[in-house]
Design a binder for this molecule. Sequence first.
Ligand SMILES: [Zn+2]
Length: 153
Amino acid sequence: MTEACWILAAHVHALETVKTEQAFMNEFGCIYVNRSHSGGRPTFKFRDRKATIAQAIAMPTRGQHTRHLCGDAACVNPNHLIVGTPSENAFDAYEQGALERGARHPKAVDLSSEDAAVIRRDKRPQREIARKWGIAQSTVGQIKRRERRWAEE
Ligand SMILES: [Zn+2]
């Protein structure tokens, strides 16, 4: 079996694995499987070779990385996986870290991502919105400019 054949066969096998072994799907469509993981990524063995399911699905070529659009390395939803450059991948990791920091920020503790979505849609002056939610006007501005985001967004 040539390398190209293995990649294609593994791709089909990985898609089948996701379809038949889907253990859980969250509200954002992220799909998880009960498999052994390597670095937080579920793996599978195909014709004596071990690979991560995400890589087999995305099929990155030399120099490309597998990117998770949802920011969750454990997710194997084919619609959340694309290939990209290492720098794009690093940007994803930074974005994800930024999201987690945003959610942990003490002032954001009482607001959910749904609250943030409501605030973004609110066309009233920021001062009024801030008063309504009992938060600082600067916080409203940060939410509207998406400088403050939530992990699940
Ligand atoms: Zn996902």
